[in-house]
Design a binder for this molecule. Structure first.
Ligand SMILES: C[S@@+](CC[C@H](N)C(=O)[O-])C[C@H]1O[C@@H](n2cnc3c(N)ncnc32)[C@H](O)[C@@H]1O
Length: 213
């Protein structure tokens, strides 16, 4: 059984049938995608041989093994196929932005499934500036950490988000689910424990308090 985080990431794959897992490491997302979402093919891509061979070894026992390409690549540099969904998860947001920015011409109309460990605001800002909008968002709490999982798609009609939406996630902010409110309380505790808060910390404290009250 794979983690709730990985299951939630894979749940954003349909209706995509050809997926690329950028930074695949263990390859579990690809296994989940074949088993649960009947994808046709996958690319397991990583920039390090160790993680890529981990994915290779984890996937090779399955019947769909011959429908997976294993690609050693820095970002999308060595990716030349076409796909309906790119998954970039478990990496820092700035790294994710860098990978996407260097591979923009390879993305076509594919959906992007993103779970950035940090800098989600920067990722949302960057992608909306590139003509994407947020189709769905999911917040997962696992192992004492919160994970924001985001589904972006290309749009012809630009969608504008205000700063709070980019900061907290527009759909998460609108839904105000229990887990989202718990995350805000958690973030607020951390921010209030900073002994010499900077103006950006004070601004975030104010924003969170406004949402919570
Ligand atoms: C922490 S793992 C996350 C694995 C999986 N995506 C997940 O969500 O559990 C990050 C993986 O991304 C790979 N990675 C980091 N930067 C990369 C880049 N620029 N291009 C390709 N792979 C990268 C790392 O080698 C590592 O295997």
């Amino acid at each position: 059984m794979i983690s709730n985080r990985l299951q939630a990431i894979a749940a954003f794959i349909p209706p995509a049938k050809r997926i690329v897992d950028v930074g695949c490491d263990h390859g579990y997302i690809i296994i989940e995608a074949f088993q649960k979402y009947q994808i046709e093919s996958a690319v397991a891509l990583d920039n390090k041989a160790g993680p890529l061979s981990k994915a290779f070894n984890n996937i090779r026992g399955y019947g769909f093994f011959d429908r997976v390409n294993f690609v050693l690549s820095e970002g999308l540099e060595q990716f030349y196929a076409q796909a309906d969904a790119f998954i970039l998860s478990g990496m820092g947001g700035l790294n994710i932005i860098n990978i996407i920015n260097n591979g923009l011409d390879k993305l076509g109309q594919a959906r992007l499934i993103i779970q950035a460990n940090r800098h989600a605001f920067e990722v949302r800002t960057y992608l909306t500036n590139q003509g994407y909008y947020l189709v769905n968002e999911e917040l997962i709490f696992e192992g004492g950490k919160y994970y924001e999982i985001e589904l972006f798609e290309k749009t012809e009609e630009p969608v504008f988000y205000h700063e709070d939406e980019l900061y907290f996630g527009p759909l998460l902010l609108a839904r105000k689910s229990e887990i989202f409110m718990n995350k805000l309380r958690h973030d607020l505790r951390i921010l209030k424990a900073i002994s010499h808060p900077m103006p950006k910390h004070l601004k975030t404290i104010k924003r969170i308090e406004e949402i919570l009250c």
